[in-house]
Design a protein around this ligand. Structure first.
Ligand SMILES: Cc1ncc(COP(=O)(O)O)c(C=O)c1O
Length: 488
């Protein structure tokens, strides 16, 4: 290439964004002209001494924004049909303008225009500790195919709109029964609405119940995608710290804080620290919510997996005052591409949510709802969970042992008693981005925890998912991490 890309390893900006920004600037200033071929990701990575992941991510961003195009078999090029206006715009876009046209964004659209929102595909690495992924190779896919084909026949009930946006009644019955046995959730099937994963549940909650300027208390650190849904609706967020017993409820009850409309919590396995909200804090939170008229959003995303300890009943089941909206998902126990989850709502909110769901996407796919109903009622779900619990427990123990044996007292582990990930704090001088970068060079992907903080992150914290990795990969992954982190 005829210009230099400079990389600053100490900069707060992630490396892929540094590469992205400089390539984009070169295109806009015509140092890279339309039709110019770019080096392959491998070549540019070698040239810059960065990982291929870094270059791939920056190319992906430029491709998705129309600056680059790929020609199969030939490579990646600066887009030939780059509109002239695009070449004239300054790097800082005027507020409310889309890059390719002058249409103004809605307030909602504006809230999404931050580039940090981009959901980039994860680059292929040999060993990925990315969190939230179940053991895909253990999913009983043949059985699932059988259940799907059982219902995949010519019938208007399979093919038509249902006009019941809340979900397939037998599935809601099966979920109500399962939740009452496994999580002590108290609900009738009529209180359940089937949604396209937890994320749609959060989106519906924000649309129906949150107005611009409403205050929502969130865990600090906490789940980024929930925060983004709230912010996109114009909510203001109030961070409440967590410790080893989960949300510090006394911060809500004793501090002078704004009028909070909702508290969003992950009590079974706090995301990302992994803490479990103690029973006494659960009762304290419910009492405060009742007294202050605040609603609680309880996100029970991976509560099925507890190791050694007895599960604590869900907040929803302990609640006496209709203060809780309970949110669950099949993304972790089955697979995320299924896009099925559920909301358990106080009775008086059900119909309004049903209308919001109808407006959003009518209904969740029926075929999958039918198959899932059979999967639950024929006992496959609980069998699968039992099997995965034993498997994940082994993987979790291997990870903990490997971390201690390679890092010794240079590491602190939290949240290992539940779920499918744990969090580590590494005693190191290296920046978080540098660690992620060095790990990627060694063929290992790990996620830094800092994006999950609303305010200031203490740094050096990482989230390690282990459910998808066999024991050998876990050990090898930790060995490589120790090699790059402790030696650098
Ligand atoms: C806290 C939390 N809630 C919910 C989810 C699941 O989201 P979904 O059901 O939309 O796949 C995740 C996934 O990682 C999560 O971390």
């Amino acid at each position: 290439m005829d210009f230099v890309i400079s990389i600053d390893l100490k900069a707060a900006l992630p490396l892929y964004r540094q590469v992205y920004a400089q390539l984009r600037q070169a295109i806009l200033s015509r140092r890279l002209t339309p039709g110019k071929k770019l080096p392959s990701t491998r070549t540019l990575a070698q040239l810059l001494s960065v990982s291929r992941t870094t270059v791939t991510q920056s190319y992906e961003m430029l491709l998705s924004e129309g600056y680059l195009e790929t020609i199969v078999g030939s490579g990646t090029f600066v887009c030939r049909q780059l509109p002239d206006e695009l070449l004239n715009i300054t790097p800082i876009q005027p507020k409310s303008q889309l890059p390719h046209s002058s249409i103004s964004l809605s307030t909602y659209g504006e809230s999404l225009s931050d580039r940090a929102f981009l959901h980039l595909p994860e680059a292929e690495v040999e060993i990925s500790f990315s969190y939230g992924r179940p053991a895909f190779d253990q999913f009983p896919i043949d059985l699932w195919r059988k259940l799907l084909s059982r219902h995949c026949r010519f019938s208007r009930y399979v093919l038509d709109y249902t006009y019941d946006s809340m979900g397939y009644q037998p599935l809601k019955e099966a979920i109500a029964d399962y939740l009452s046995r496994s999580r002590a959730v108290k609900c009738k099937p009529e209180q359940i609405i089937i949604v396209a994963g937890s994320q749609q549940g959060l989106d519906l909650i924000t649309r129906v119940l949150i107005d611009r300027g409403d205050w929502i208390a969130v865990e600090e650190p906490g789940y980024l995608s929930a925060r983004r849904a709230f912010l996109a609706q114009g909510a203001s967020l109030f961070p409440i710290s967590v410790d080893q017993s989960g949300l510090i409820v006394s911060s809500l009850t004793t501090n002078i804080i704004p009028n909070i409309k909702f508290v969003y919590v992950t009590p079974s396995h706090q995301f990302p620290t992994g803490a479990t909200l103690s029973l006494s804090r659960r009762l304290e939170l419910l009492a405060w919510a009742h007294k202050s008229g605040t609603m609680i959003i309880e996100d029970d995303y991976d509560s099925e997996y507890r190791y050694g300890e007895r599960p604590i009943p869900a907040l929803q089941g302990l609640d006496q005052a209709n203060s809780v909206i309970y949110l669950g998902t099949f993304s972790k126990v089955l697979f995320p591409a299924l896009r099925l989850g559920y909301l358990v709502l106080p009775q008086n909110l059900v119909h309004i949510f049903a209308r919001a769901k109808w407006l959003a996407d009518r209904q969740c796919s029926l075929l999958e709802q039918y198959a899932l109903t059979d999967f639950i009622t024929e006992g496959h779900l609980e069998r699968h969970i039992r099997r995965m619990r034993a498997l994940y427990d082994q993987r979790r123990q291997t990870l903990v042992q490997s971390l201690f044996s390679y890092f010794g007292d240079k590491i602190e582990i939290s949240g290992e008693n539940a779920g499918m990930h744990l969090m580590v704090k590494i005693n190191t001088e290296l920046t978080d981005d540098k660690i992620v970068h060095l790990a990627a060079l060694a063929g290992v992907s790990i996620g830094a925890a800092y994006p999950q903080y609303l305010k200031h992150s203490p740094g050096s914290e990482f989230i390690l998912g282990y459910a998808e990795l066999n024991e050998q990969k876990i050990q090898e992954g930790v060995r490589r991490l120790a090699q790059v982190i402790l030696i650098d």
